[in-house]
Design a protein around this ligand. Sequence first.
Ligand code: R5P
Length: 287
Amino acid sequence: MTAIVSGSASQALSAALASELDCPLAAVEYDRFPDGELLAAVPGFDADRAVVVASTTSHAAHLELLLLQDALHEAGAEEVVTVLPYMGYARQDRAFESGQPISSRAVARAISTGADRVLTVSPHEEGVCEFFEPTAEVVDAAPVLADPLPDDLADPVFLAPDEGAVGIAETVRDTYGSGEIDHFDKHRLSGDSVEITPSDADVAGRDVVVADDIIATGSTMSEAVEVLHDREVARVFATCVHPLLAGNAYTKLAASGVEAIYGTDTIEGPATAASVAPVLAEHLSAD
Ligand code: R5P
């Protein structure tokens, strides 16, 4: 029997996945030691196979995942599958300056020690999967980004804010059914500021869906939205797999005049509008 074990940042997704796979959700209990250290336990766990679903959106979530994996092995699980809907530190995939760590490799190694198998959803660079042992499997969530879009988009353009996101824009367009593909070019000036070079596509009076893998500080998306409004678009929808929305990203985007901000439940929050549970269930059922 398989049971789904939820990390605290992935509860709605875990419940949806349990429903898709028709398997139980295991009980997870938390406690704190007097010194503040966490205890994450799976009392009464008795399945052979555990699927732990945990977005590692914070240091606490990383640690909680390691504790849950260990608790499951202690409880006798024969196989512990770890699903990282959102993998924290995945964008630090190289040492950018001498003396820096390859942070994604460090966390992948730690997570691998407690996992027989790892799945991760739409990572920014698939190369990070090789830091896991065995190599992590990629589940592409881009098709579900079409789910929340209105079905009356006017002569739509599916736009990637940079060339790297064109594949996502194409998948969303293909799933939606029709529309033009275009992309801007982006130059990152700092961690929270970017410069966008628009294309010469005629977007006036048309609805535009800007699709990306992640909205972090919101700088990329809000710059793209402002450029589009300068070109007199009709409506702009911002969509991404991982709505991280750090700091003031949500309000920054709302202020830029976006019609709606859509993301998936890899990060549960104010922009969650689509679930990756069906694509995860399909991947897990294909074994
Ligand atoms: C970068 O290449 C990614 O695809 C995203 O465009 C980027 O990480 C978004 O970050 P932010 O929201 O901080 O601009």
